[in-house]
Design a protein. Structure first.
Length: 600
């Protein structure tokens, strides 16, 4: 039996780090944690980031509407989908359709089955409230939820005539749409961005991402979606078809819905970009290597979600063994057997049927974390990292990158949980990399060069598991397809979570790029220079979604990535005070020569 410690992502309740890619916004409820040694793992599982609580997030088990000022409403647009008519809301700038079912509720006998078609309906369905988020523990969804009826998506589409940058060819779109309004039929179809949320494959909801800014400024149709999470999304058992990938199967079902219906909302089903952050980026990268996903999207954007990410022992949190984003099916099946025994379903032949009869709360309480999609499966025939190395992926244009200080939240949590002394830092390097290599790392990352040993550790656990593997992945992609590499580097970005320890700088930590793509103005305002950076990023993202090339008038040139090129080709997204948007040598910035020499 595999060690359960290998899979459990531990994290102190004193500070959530966004390391799972979930959202932590001002006002988050922070649980107290008892002090413990900084070199021993605390006992709070990151698979449900316990201190995330978003004011205004979708309540656990009911549907609500995204706040739209009544004074701004201009009508109730009605669109025909392949399952029936839906009525949304409209303002002068955009139309919004919420809570559209893209698959049948995966409840009862449909728990742990491939997503099934949603039932058709008569009359007009009100698409003015958000569908409930998928079952998950307390964290990003306040109080958590046991809701399994969660396979819903939301569509945000700009109003008015599409810009000249939109696709010119409208003749080929009519066959894939259930219907179009007369107005939309006369417009050029807009590019489509399908956004997959992060959250460590265990938390989050598409409804927590307000796409109005992205859609309106970028002149794109944006789809956000929910997918099954944790034990409901990634459970596996030897007798269960589809094991370990149900959450990914949901995403494929949502992409299928987009192809059949998005033209009715003004989108181009032949110009779809799949995009996501953290677990959403890892999903997108995995789908580049999946035969089942081929043809469902035309471009990819991966924010902090490279297939090549890998966290060696201690680099997520001291005491935690190493892991990657994906797991072999055999390991997940071992956990499924443990879960079945743990919950009293001990007969292997009837275990799945037995587990399907248990209340969601009981299943959600399993001690086994299900936070990595399984490979060696029909959906993912091999580890996506191996597929990338072998060149076995779909050749479509890609944007790929991460944040300059990805590991800062983890290091801040370590410091909060127990002060990291210089000697403890050196001991941690030795334990993680060995005596000789640990000394080499200490020479390149001396504690004296940083504000604190914890800040030095933050640099180590940014560069080794995040930045350099992402750069490696960019090179593998760029060898076979057009790839644009970037790094989000605004080190004054708003803090989405709990305050860090005194004097600790989170910088451009994991997920701190999200308010630059989506509208978080309910929680805080970006400074004028940050808003200017946000505008540039949205221009790049949506021009790429339109044409496969992010460049355009008024934007600094973004050259395709070339591994080993004499001229830097990774674009750094920073405010003007920190150099602005410019190419940087990412390998030098993150000391990738050192990390490459330690793994060769």
């Amino acid at each position: 039996m595999k060690s359960r410690r290998r899979w459990t992502l531990w994290f102190p309740a004193a500070l959530t780090s966004l390391a799972a890619g979930g959202l932590m916004l001002p006002g988050a409820a922070v649980a107290a944690a008892s002090p413990s040694s900084p070199t021993s793992a605390p006992t709070t599982s990151l698979t449900s980031p316990v201190s995330i609580a978003i004011p205004g997030a979708v309540p656990a088990d009911r549907n609500v509407g995204l706040s739209v000022s009544k004074s701004g409403l201009t009508g109730r647009p009605v669109v025909r989908t392949d399952r029936g008519l839906v009525e949304g809301t409209a303002t002068k700038d955009y139309e919004l359709f919420q809570g559209i079912p893209y698959a049948a509720p995966p409840v009862g006998p449909l728990r742990w089955k491939a997503p099934q078609p949603a039932a058709a309906w008569r009359g007009v369905r009100h698409a003015t409230t958000l569908g409930g988020p998928c079952a998950q523990g307390p964290g990003e969804i306040p109080g958590g939820t046991t809701n399994e009826d969660c396979l819903y998506l939301n569509v945000t589409s700009p109003t008015g005539v599409a810009s000249k940058n939109a696709s010119e060819d409208t003749s080929k779109n009519t066959s894939t749409s259930a219907a179009k309004s007369t107005t939309r039929a006369k417009e050029r179809p807009r590019p489509v961005i399908v956004w997959v949320h992060g959250g460590g494959f265990t938390s989050g909801a598409g409804s927590n991402y307000d796409a109005r800014k992205l859609a309106v400024r970028g002149d794109a149709v944006v789809v956000t979606l929910n997918y099954r999470l944790g034990v409901f999304g990634f459970f596996a058992h030897p007798v269960l078809p589809g094991s370990g990938t149900f959450g990914l199967q949901d995403q494929i079902a949502a992409l299928g819905w987009v192809h059949r219906n998005i033209a009715a909302f003004g989108g181009d089903p032949h110009n779809v970009t799949m995009a996501g952050e953290s677990a959403g980026g890892m999903s997108t990268c995995a789908f580049l290597t999946s035969p089942a996903a081929k043809g469902l999207f035309d471009k990819a954007i991966m924010q902090s979600g490279s297939c090549m990410l890998n966290w060696p022992t201690n680099t997520w949190y001291p005491g935690l063994e190493g892991f990657g984003p994906y797991a072999p099916l055999s390991e997940v099946e071992d956990f499924g057997n443990e879960t079945a025994n743990e919950l009293g379903c001990t007969d292997p032949k009837t275990a799945v049927a037995c587990l399907r009869k248990l209340p969601a709360q009981t299943v959600l309480g399993t001690q086994m974390p299900y936070n990595r999609p399984a490979y060696d499966t029909p959906l993912l025939p091999s580890d996506p990292a191996d597929a990338l190395r072998a060149g076995h992926f779909t050749r479509i244009p890609v944007i790929s990158g991460g944040n300059r200080d990805e590991g800062a939240g983890n290091a801040a949590a370590l410091e909060t949980n127990g002060h990291l002394t210089e000697q403890a830092y050196l001991d941690l390097l030795t334990e993680t990399f060995g005596a000789d290599n640990g000394a080499r790392v200490a020479q390149r990352y001396p504690a004296s060069a940083y504000a604190s040993p914890a800040q030095a550790w933050a640099a180590v656990i940014t560069d080794q598991p995040w930045s350099c593997p992402t750069l490696t992945g960019d090179g593998l992609l760029a060898a076979r397809t057009t790839t644009y590499a970037y790094e989000f580097a605004d080190r004054t970005a708003p803090n989405l979570g709990a305050p860090p320890p005194a004097g600790f700088q989170l910088g451009a930590a994991h997920a701190f790029d999200l308010p630059y793509v989506f509208d978080f103005s309910t929680f805080f305002d970006l400074r004028p220079d940050q808003q200017a950076l946000s505008d540039q990023m949205i221009e790049y993202w949506t021009r790429f979604a339109t044409t496969g090339n992010p460049n355009g008038p008024g934007l600094p040139t973004w050259a395709p990535f070339r591994a080993g090129a004499s001229t830097p080709s990774v674009l750094s997204f920073a405010t003007e005070a920190d150099g602005g948007v410019r190419p940087v040598d990412l390998a030098a910035r993150h000391r990738c020569d050192l990390w490459s020499s330690l793994t060769d």
